[in-house]
Design a binder for this molecule. Structure first.
Ligand code: NAD
Length: 253
């Protein structure tokens, strides 16, 4: 442990990508981590890595938008490690299409995971944070919240996450709970690989096109985002709340 009190953390969508990197990072900070995702086997792999590195982790299979599954997941976390006081709402999907081709199902699916999922998880976990008089919530937004061609659904969800974050920061602040959103730009994960495939581009070409617009001259890594989340959930970040923090290598437009 690196100078921090051991806390119980839940990271959603933690089987891969940014969520997996965040779970590994929080475990390396000395926290017990619930690695929550749809696919239990993929969660197990991340947990094995954490345990092999000397950390504590439990794999939990749950759909964040399923109320009964969320409630059951929180019970498992409490029984395994105790009251959760760190929550990272990271689970996400894309169903990109231009507006005229986007189906109502594309719209609903994205809203369901990002907004209903973050709402259900936060509502279930905040009870524990309030009774502990301590909590750290980080929600994954995106630069797409500012508008992005082909992502009317995702942009609306990620902008919604920002309003949700600012509101829960106001409501939960008096109980020692902070809430912030991290809004990454381009990060190399299976999500952006799928975007490249949808556009008919190789991931190498897609990455090169993205990097050409990023002043720091590279794409983001899951570890870049995990490090920022790690700060926001630390005890020393107690005066940072209700913020939307962009991690996009200074990309604009
Ligand atoms: P990813 O697709 O690699 O991983 C997302 C994970 O979420 C997957 O493991 C998936 O199984 C899980 N998930 C999806 N629906 C779920 C559900 N209903 N319940 C539980 N788990 C579910 O994505 P990523 O690139 O690591 O992105 C993580 C987060 O960061 C997402 O919220 C995404 O929108 C956001 N983000 C990503 C980027 C990027 O460039 N990769 C940029 C900005 C924001």
């Amino acid at each position: 442990m690196q100078g921090q009190t051991r806390r119980v953390a839940i990271v959603t969508g933690a089987a891969r990508g940014i969520g997996a990197a965040t779970a590994r990072h929080l475990a390396s900070q000395g926290h017990a981590v619930a690695v929550l995702d749809l696919d239990l086997e993929a969660c197990d792999v991340v947990c094995e890595e954490i345990v092999a590195a000397g950390g504590e982790a439990v794999a939990i299979s749950a759909d964040v938008a399923d109320e009964a599954a969320v409630d059951a997941a929180i019970v498992t976390v409490v029984e395994t490690f105790g009251a959760p006081t760190i929550l990272v709402n990271n689970a996400g999907i894309t169903r990109d299409n231009l507006l005229f081709k986007m189906t109502a199902d594309d719209w609903d699916s994205v809203m369901r995971v990002h907004l209903r999922g973050a709402f259900l998880m936060t509502q279930a976990v905040q009870k524990h944070m309030v009774s502990e008089r301590y909590g750290r919530i980080v929600n994954l937004s995106s630069t797409s919240a500012r508008g992005n061609r082909g992502q009317a659904n995702y942009a609306a969800a990620k902008a919604g996450i920002q309003g949700f974050t600012k509101t829960i920061a106001i409501e939960l602040g008096p109980f020692g709970v902070t809430a912030n959103a991290v809004a990454p730009g381009f990060v190399q994960t299976e999500m952006t690989e799928a975007t490249a495939a949808r556009l008919g581009m190789s991931f190498t070409d897609f990455t090169a096109a993205a990097v050409a617009k990023i002043p720091v001259g590279r794409g983001g890594t899951p570890e870049d985002i995990a490090a920022l989340v790690g700060y926001l959930v630390s005890e020393s970040a107690g005066y940072v709340s209700g913020q939307i923090i962009y991690a996009d290598g200074a990309r604009r437009g």
